[in-house]
Design a binder for this molecule. Structure first.
Ligand SMILES: NC(=O)C1=CN([C@@H]2O[C@H](COP(=O)(O)OP(=O)(O)OC[C@H]3O[C@@H](n4cnc5c(N)ncnc54)[C@H](O)[C@@H]3O)[C@@H](O)[C@H]2O)C=CC1
Ligand SMILES: O=C(O)C1=N[C@H](C(=O)O)C[C@H](O)C1
Length: 270
């Protein structure tokens, strides 16, 4: 029988998230896997993808994108610009979940929205995107409280703090009319002196197989508020990524976030 489902090009297909997304696509009624891209140095090249015996891991190329209608990237920042360029040339929409991006990388992704539908979000879960809104509201309501953010991730995570922790910090900073790049404190060690009043501490723990925990603390005189999100497994991120890919299909060029997909565009600053 001819495959009628929309084909997805998956970048970072052999990684933890890539494999999780392939598993979601194997069950999805509308979208399926069309191509599985891996690093040119990956030992997986040439091997079949689990659940898709006809598809082998290969390095990204424009010719291999043919037949695919949308891309999903969960890889590393190093290769991201080349991936964005390939999707711009092919005029295909792209979902990016990769974190650890520099401010310039983020601008590069955003700018691609002039040419293709593109979405970047450091966290594809509904709960975290709502948490960013709640954290912004709390920051506005709890003037004078100190804000600290703590994240915990598995031992294999390569970037710190997590993209989500930075996103939450940006939501709090924005609600206070500040910039996280100016008020964020990412390390404390030794004789640090007293806490700066406007500081937003963003701290990372690593260990075990934790899929992703984030807590935003508001610490005030005699009381504290803790807003926590815990991902039960990576499946929540994978399902979110596939939903985002379906969202981009048929849309005009533009930059989107998961707030557009899951919350009708409601963002932390609103
Ligand atoms: N936005 C979200 O909801 C989430 C984002 N992430 C982020 O996704 C990224 C990947 O996470 P994991 O899957 O845990 O990492 P991983 O290290 O298991 O997988 C990354 C994969 O990308 C491949 N890769 C590297 N360079 C490549 C290139 N140029 N072309 C194609 N493939 C390439 C690697 O060989 C590896 O297989 C990280 O930045 C992580 O923080 C992870 C979970 C959720
Ligand atoms: O690397 C991970 O695993 C995760 N990365 C994302 C991040 O950096 O925020 C999202 C999620 O928490 C899992």
């Amino acid at each position: 029988m001819r495959e009628s489902r929309v084909k997805v090009a998956l970048i970072g297909a052999g990684g933890r998230m890539g494999r999780e997304i392939a598993a979601v696509l194997a069950e999805d009624p509308r979208l399926t896997l069309g191509a599985a891209f891996e690093s040119p140095h990956s030992p997986l090249l040439g091997r079949s993808v689990s659940g898709f015996p006809e598809i082998v891991y290969e390095p990204l190329s424009e010719s291999a994108l043919k037949g695919c209608s949308v891309g999903i990237d969960f890889s590393l920042p190093e290769g991201l610009r080349a991936t964005v360029d390939a999707f711009r040339s092919a005029r295909l929409p792209l979902v990016v979940g990769t974190t650890g991006l520099s401010p310039d990388d983020r601008d590069y992704v955003r700018k691609a929205g002039d040419e293709i539908p593109i979405l970047w979000s450091p966290n594809m879960s509904l709960g975290v995107n709502l948490l960013a809104i709640l954290a912004g509201q709390a920051a506005r309501s709890l003037g004078g409280f100190d804000c600290e953010i703590l994240e915990i991730h598995h031992r294999h995570k390569k970037d710190a703090p997590s993209g989500t922790a930075l996103f939450l910090g940006e939501a709090v900073a924005q609600a206070r009319n500040q910039l996280l790049s100016q008020t964020g404190v990412f390390v404390r060690h030794g004789l640090t002196g007293e806490r700066e009043e406007d500081a937003i501490g963003v701290m990372a723990l690593r260990g075990g197989d934790v899929p992703g925990d984030h807590t935003v603390f508001f610490l005030g005189p005699g009381e504290r508020l803790e807003l926590t999100h815990r991902a039960g497994s990576r499946a929540v991120f994978a399902r979110g990524a596939v939903t985002a890919a379906a969202f981009l299909l048929g849309r005009p060029p533009g930059f989107a976030t998961m707030a557009d997909v899951l919350l009708g565009g409601e963002r932390p600053e609103e």
